[in-house]
Design a protein around this ligand. Structure first.
Ligand code: NAD
Length: 359
């Protein structure tokens, strides 16, 4: 069976790791018809929009995409293409597996945590009031009048909406993922003791949803305690579901626990569409040098293969990546014990070694 998949080449190191990823996926033998698209600063300069409608349309048609990183220039009024994609396609779940691979330098060698982050609300909803604006003053007076709470007039304000419907869909996503992937436990993370009506609502919904999944163990943790537990005994955690902000922070913390951004894949998933991408950015200083580590995007490709039902190919590609990393010969500089090790290979050579493992 042939699959249609959009490939967004990205910029910075994007095109190099996108090519490496495509070649590795093609080498699994899965029949993929690639729809190549571009977005980002170059497209913005040519067309006035870094994410033209045709790119969105292609993803809507293929339903599945792999996206290499895209630079968000600072101070241009150019909104992040990454955030726009998640919003315009309603990719409400950010899935980040954080798994130890032998050969990657890290403090632990036995972690297998999956982070499920809500992607659409919380403090990231973009409802912000700038310090000093008339509307901000009006809001402060309104809140004071209604709640009797004193807010300094020189405050900036960000709103944190958390809804029943969106909490329910992300927690259900986490439980369904746990069932489909043979996981045993879901942990919901929050600060419900302080933010009773936002995080408290998230927790209440999570507890209700958990009752529909009696075969999966459920527990909750307050976010500060969770940070300490993850550092001290990360092996205790399995699937972890969080509202947007905590999810953003904890997924990077977990990426750090398993060896950093170079090996951290991800997927943004909606009702009927999904965009898979590495956690890291476009690393502009390495652009065009054939030195960037392609692992995180290739592992995002493994997630994509599982998503489209090609589970055998996913397993074969993941174990080829794991073999190459464990052997430690054909790996990029960041996977060497000494980053100046002159035996490090380039992006292309690491991908070629992965492909050889599958032949
Ligand atoms: P970054 O992830 O690009 O880089 C952080 C550090 O990790 C740098 O030292 C970088 O060189 C290194 N690094 C990252 N990926 C690597 C790889 N594959 N191999 C080897 N080293 C690697 O983060 P940043 O510097 O904060 O961001 C750069 C640009 O990327 C920004 O414009 C940012 O907005 C964008 N960004 C995009 C995405 C995305 O497309 N999803 C995500 C994060 C950042």
């Amino acid at each position: 069976m042939s699959h249609d998949v959009t490939l967004l080449k990205g910029d910075g190191i994007g095109p190099e790791i996108a090519r490496a990823t495509r070649e590795c996926i093609d080498a699994t033998g899965v029949d993929i018809k690639w729809h190549i698209e571009e977005a980002g600063i170059d497209v913005y300069e040519k067309e006035g929009d870094p994410l033209p409608a045709r790119v969105i349309d292609t993803i809507k048609k293929t339903k599945v995409a792999i996206k290499a990183p895209i630079t968000t220039p600072v101070g241009t009024g150019f909104r992040s293409v990454n955030v726009r994609l998640r919003k315009e396609l309603d990719l409400y779940a950010c899935l980040r597996p954080c798994k130890s691979y032998e050969g990657v330098n890290s403090r632990y060698d036995d972690i297998d945590i999956v982070i499920v982050r809500e992607n659409t609300e919380d403090l990231y909803a973009g409802i912000e009031f700038e310090e000093g604006n008339d509307e901000t003053m009006k809001l402060i007076r309104f809140i004071e009048g209604m709640k009797g709470a004193r807010i300094p007039m020189d405050s900036g304000i960000s709103i944190k909406p958390i809804s029943i419907a969106r909490s329910e869909r992300i927690v259900r996503f986490a439980f369904d993922y746990a069932i489909e992937n043979g996981r045993e436990r879901v942990t919901a993370v929050h600060k419900a003791n302080i933010m009773k009506y936002s995080d408290g609502l998230f927790l209440k919904v999570a507890r209700n949803v958990a009752e529909d999944y009696p075969d999966i163990e459920f527990e909750d943790r307050i976010v500060d305690n969770m940070c300490m537990q993850l550092v001290q005994k990360p092996q205790l955690y399995d699937v972890v579901v969080l509202p947007n902000l905590y999810g953003d922070i904890i997924s990077d913390l977990c990426a750090g626990l398993v060896g950093g951004l170079g090996v951290a894949p991800g997927g943004n998933i909606g009702e009927d569409m999904a965009v898979f991408e590495a956690t890291h950015g476009s690393a502009p200083k390495y652009a065009g040098k054939n030195v960037a580590n392609p692992t995180a995007l290739i592992l995002s490709g493994v997630m994509m293969l599982r998503h489209i039902g090609e589970t055998d190919a996913a397993r074969i590609l993941e174990s080829a990546v794991a073999d190459v990393i464990r052997e430690g010969r054909h790996v990029t500089f960041d996977l060497k014990n000494d980053r100046n090790d002159h035996t490090a290979v380039g992006t292309k050579e690491m991908a070629d070694a992965i492909i050889r493992k599958m032949s």
